[in-house]
Design a protein around this ligand. Structure first.
Ligand code: ARG
Length: 482
């Protein structure tokens, strides 16, 4: 039997393989809420503009609400022969209310319908993701406040570089996530135009009111070009691109958690809730959740590649290729959502080993830069020369097999006569971090200021995270803005 929805000119139905490759109901059924919301807005507008009688509208709206209840209640039977969510809903509506259901599709097409549904879905998902990002940021800002004075090694090239505070390190991720939320919000702004009423590709001869449907669906305005409207998939590409950047950030953080929680580092202990044991090695606590978050970027970036490749070279307007946008996009956005949830859980439960971090922070001559800075500041030695002298001091400590704080004043004077005993107070990791009070620096006082700034922003639900510093500072004492 030919398809009831479009099979007027067809003598037979599709081959089984055709049905299999053609149907999208297996994955686009998750658009049911958006599909029904779009139909309610469309039917309401058709009645307001006199295209549909009020009686037909009333039975359509009542029928759609029943269909919605059936799907939500799990009693709806999805049919592959009906291809997609749009035709499954409409067909069930016809079973319920009869011929009036056939009038719902006046002045629209599945092409503008699917673009509308998918935009609504992506918009809802962006809203959820932004809340999740914000929740993770808040968890990090709270931890940063607790760990504002916890000293850990700061690395470059994963080699011990200079001591930093753990709070400062955590706030680095809060900054990244702030930009991620901003990118998602930005994508949302650009996508928020309604394709509904663009019809198949050219618009429609019916006197519809696209501004009305746009407004009913919470769009800022209708799209201005019907060809663009039915063939644009920028909105999902842009959203998945933003998701990929966010997932890349999470992957870096996850990698650090894996490193930090290893026995060799021992900087943090992840909770039982986010680790697993080994079936053969009883001592193991594997950071599986962190490892999986580290890996999720793979499929998210895969989705982005897939979407761009599907769209490249497609002539205007709609082509069925575009049905391939959904599975990968759903998968990518689901993966990011799950990663954010897992990260938030891990951050909340993670227990830092402050002593261990402090000991490690002092290793590797990490305060050597402070010696060079002291030579510049107190003895007015040019930085390049100070750097060279400090290099000799480090070499001496290495030779004596001690840390910089293990060197005596005679040792220092042996390298350079001008050095005096005041040098000792810059050798500790505490002095090193406390001195770094430049705006955005690692000093505990700055970390507290920045953590407080973020907590105010995040609990106020603002997404533009960067007020400018209130006043200009020449260096020290700039703790940022409240
Ligand atoms: N399931 C289709 C999709 O996701 C809906 C649009 C179908 N339009 C068409 N002219 N066949 O793209």
């Amino acid at each position: 039997m030919s398809n009831k929805m479009w099979g007027g000119r067809f003598a037979t139905g599709p081959d089984a393989i055709m049905e299999e490759i053609n149907a999208s109901i297996g994955f686009d059924q998750r658009l049911f809420r958006q599909d029904i919301a779009g139909s309610i807005a469309h039917a309401t507008m058709l009645a307001e503009t006199g295209i549909l009688t009020h009686a037909d509208r009333d039975s359509i709206l009542a029928g759609l609400n029943e269909v919605l209840a059936e799907i939500e209640g799990g009693t709806f039977t999805f049919s592959r022969a009906l291809e997609d969510i749009h035709m499954n809903v409409e067909s069930r509506l016809r079973e319920k209310i009869g011929d009036a259901a056939g009038r719902l599709h006046t002045a629209r097409s599945r092409n503008d319908q699917v673009a509308t549904d998918f935009k609504l879905y992506v918009r809802d998902t962006i809203d959820t993701l932004i809340i999740q990002v914000t929740t993770l940021q808040l968890a990090l800002a709270n931890k940063a406040e607790d760990e504002a004075a916890t000293i850990m090694p700061g690395f470059t090239h994963l080699q011990s570089a200079q001591p930093v505070t753990f709070g400062h390190h955590l706030l680095a991720y809060v900054e990244m996530l702030g930009r991620d939320a901003g990118r998602l919000a930005d994508a949302r702004k650009r996508l928020n135009e309604s394709p509904l009423g663009s019809a198949a590709l050219a618009g429609t001869p019916y006197p519809i009111d696209r501004h009305m449907t746009a407004e009913k669906l919470g769009f800022d305005r209708p799209t201005a070009n019907s060809l663009d409207a039915v063939s644009d998939r920028d909105f999902i590409i842009e959203t998945v691109a933003a998701a990929a950047i966010c997932a890349m950030h999470l992957s870096r953080f996850a990698e650090e958690m894996v490193i930090w929680s290893s026995a060799q580092f021992g900087f943090v202990r992840l909770s039982d809730k986010f680790t697993t044991g080994s079936s053969i090695m009883p001592q193991k606590r594997n950071p599986d959740a962190a490892e999986l978050v580290r890996a999720k970027i793979g499929r998210i970036l895969g989705a982005l590649t897939s979407l761009i490749v599907v769209m490249k070279g497609l002539p205007l307007a709609y082509s069925k290729d575009m049905q391939e946008d959904k599975e990968v996009a759903f998968d990518a956005l689901d993966a990011l959502s799950l990663s954010l949830a897992a990260m938030t859980g891990m951050v909340g439960d993670m227990v830092p080993n402050r002593e261990r971090m402090r000991v490690s922070a002092a290793a590797g001559f990490s305060t050597a830069t402070d010696i060079a800075d002291w030579l510049v500041r107190e003895l007015n030695i040019p930085f390049r020369d100070a750097h060279h002298i400090t290099g000799q001091i480090v070499a001496l400590a290495e030779q004596k097999n001690c840390g910089l704080e293990g060197l005596t004043i005679e040792d220092f004077k042996f390298i350079d006569q001008r050095i005096d005993s005041r040098i000792h107070k810059v050798l500790t990791v505490e002095a090193s971090v406390a001195a770094r009070q430049s705006y955005g620096g690692t000093a505990p006082a700055s970390v507290l200021t920045q953590a407080a700034r973020w907590k105010t922003l995040l609990t106020g639900q603002q997404h533009d995270p960067r007020p400018l510093p209130a006043k200009k500072h020449g260096g020290h004492g700039d703790g940022g803005v409240a």
